[in-house]
Design a protein around this ligand. Structure first.
Ligand code: CP
Length: 313
């Protein structure tokens, strides 16, 4: 059975069977990535444009690696250094790029809804690599792959996601995706960094970090978006660190099996103490490794690949 979606815009309405298919396919691409030659021919002849209007390290490099390891032809676009700096609109930019006959677009933009907008401007397949505060679906998929690899399952696991929920597209995609997969999600942060109408997310909400972490199998810290401090959304970094940062003392209160995650980039010494980020219970670099396998799976399946069809190559 192929995916029930044509584009990957978010996880809000992606079904459990589609998430399972992506994770299962990513597992087999993970095996490909352990080989000496990490290359399969499944996207040969396909051109993928990586359209980045915002900075990125992990997402951008892992998409490009995924495209190259699938034998696709990636083209990298940065808004800086392009005709966007001369005032060209997003619609004109995508229509001109599409006129050059491309197959897929991976887009990161600071405005929520841009991936959906692009589906109306081009026939190319659109993959959301992070849109404003809205969604970052491939991040949530790689988070779930990493958790499933570690625990052997997703159903019933308790995940505490702690930090600046208001501005976090990762928190939204994780909340929707993990809920669909039967996980128990708690979102925790200062009340001023919580979105309105959190009940629509359908997960547990608290402003108490100790309460959020109680019995958690996974504790995920989010980057404190320091640029928000100017807006007076929290009193001081010291107070934020005390109430919502994870240091060694707090780590020792967690069950021994609990693992630590972070989507990156980390503010070391704020949401995560350096010795916790680098400790044996941190699976942060596993998340990064899995980003390539998940993005290979998404591009392969959206590009028309049959489930399991790449396993013979
Ligand atoms: N997690 C994540 O999206 O990191 P980048 O901003 O570096 O891509």
């Amino acid at each position: 059975m192929a995916l029930g979606i044509q584009h990957l815009l978010g996880l809000y309405d992606v079904s459990r069977s589609d998430i399972e298919l992506i994770l299962d396919t990513a597992d087999s691409f993970y095996e490909v990535l352990q080989r000496e030659i990490k290359l399969v021919p499944t996207l040969r002849g396909k051109t993928i444009v990586n359209l980045f209007y915002e900075s990125s390290t992990r997402t951008r490099i892992s998409f490009e690696l995924a495209e190259k390891r699938l034998s696709g032809s990636p083209i990298n676009f940065s808004s800086t250094g392009s005709s966007v700096t001369k005032g060209e609109t997003l619609k004109d930019t995508i229509r001109n790029i599409a006129a050059m006959k491309i197959d897929m677009v991976v887009v990161r933009h600071n405005a929520a809804g841009v991936p959906l907008f692009l589906t109306k401007c081009t026939d190319a397949i659109i993959v959301n690599a992070g849109d404003g505060f809205h969604e970052h679906p491939t991040q949530a998929l790689l988070d779930m792959l990493t958790i499933r690899q570690h625990f052997g399952k997703l159903e019933g696991l308790k995940v505490a996601i702690i930090g600046d929920i208001l501005h976090s597209r990762v928190a939204r995609s994780d909340a929707w995706g993990m809920k669909t997969m039967g996980m128990n999600v708690t979102l925790c942060g200062p009340q001023t960094l919580m979105p309105l109408h959190t009940e629509s997310l359908g997960v547990r909400i608290t402003d108490n970090m100790g309460e959020a972490m109680e019995g958690a199998d996974v504790v995920m810290l989010l980057r404190l978006q320091l640029e928000r401090q100017q807006s007076g959304l929290f009193p001081s970094i010291r107070e934020y660190r005390e109430n919502y940062g994870l240091d060694l003392d707090k780590l020792l209160t967690l069950p021994e099996h609990t693992v630590i995650m972070h989507p990156g980039p980390i503010n070391r010494g704020i949401e995560l103490a350096s010795n916790v980020a680098d400790c044996g219970r941190s699976i942060i670099l596993d998340q990064v490794t899995n980003g390539v396998a998940v993005r290979m799976a998404v591009l392969y399946l959206l590009g028309g690949g049959e489930p399991g069809g790449h396993e013979d190559v």
